[in-house]
Design a protein around this ligand. Structure first.
Ligand code: PGA
Length: 239
């Protein structure tokens, strides 16, 4: 049985007052069979650690400690209460120049610290328009996934860069074809493959009905319980 996962990515959003949203999400998660993950800003993880939801960070350094001012390591996130960390999000790749090799190193560091690595891959709009999607994803997968990745240690998130925060998504047929392509290239076919990019209460049921979609990585709509809980529920009701 593959895992089914509704994961939120709060990005650089959220102060302590927003923990009420996390609390409401956690309460709803308790009644569901699907897993609910929340990628909080690191500053909020400790304060949310007693909530009934799986917490995670959004990036980690490849080293466990050292002279890296401003960075956070995977053991630090684990110590704060995280059980997973997102690595290789397209915003990190684009804005912080993270290469596939850097992402793989972060994923290995996460796994060494006992965290599940949520490894993000996705093509840009130009690559999509140029018909290069599958080629790009194959290269990102072989470069960013550590050897020996398992369904327990690893989650893959397919996030077309052009779909993030834009309200645009690929068609259901495109999403299914890409997810099947990704699954064929995984070291363990049971690794969960999440779709991300403008997932909303309106499109979640359609996306989660696809055979090779195991859930979603949700940005904007995960910030509020009002929009994230219907997405969690759509996953619960799917298939
Ligand atoms: P979005 O972001 O749901 O706001 O499009 C998804 C993501 O970047 O993980």
């Amino acid at each position: 049985m593959r895992r089914r996962i509704a994961a939120g990515n709060w990005k650089m959003n959220g102060v302590s007052a927003d923990l009420r949203e996390a609390r409401a999400i956690a309460q709803a998660a308790q009644g569901l069979a699907v897993e609910t993950l929340l990628g909080l800003p690191a500053t909020l993880i400790m304060a949310a650690r007693d909530m009934s939801v799986t917490l995670g960070g959004q990036d980690c350094h490849a080293e466990p400690k050292g002279a890296f001012t401003g960075d956070l390591s995977a053991p630090m996130l684990a110590d704060a209460g995280a059980q997973f960390v997102i690595v290789g999000h397209s915003e990190r790749r684009a804005l912080h120049g993270e290469t596939d090799a850097a992402v793989a190193a972060k994923a290995r560091a996460a796994q060494a610290a006992g965290l599940t690595a949520v490894i993000c891959i996705g093509e840009t709009e130009a690559q999509y328009r140029g018909g290069a999607t599958l080629e790009v994803l194959a290269a990102q997968l072989s470069g960013s996934l550590p050897a020996g990745a398992t369904a327990e240690s690893t989650i893959v998130a397919y996030e077309p860069v052009w779909a993030i925060g834009t309200g645009l998504t690929p068609t259901p047929d495109e999403i299914q074809a890409v997810h099947a392509f990704i699954r064929d290239r995984l070291p363990d076919r049971d690794i969960a493959v999440l779709y991300g990019g403008s997932v909303s209460p309106a499109n979640a049921a359609t996306i989660f009905s696809l055979a090779d979609v195991d859930g979603g990585l949700v940005g904007g709509a995960s910030l509020k319980a009002e929009t994230f809980i219907p997405i969690m529920q759509a996953l619960e009701d799917a298939r």
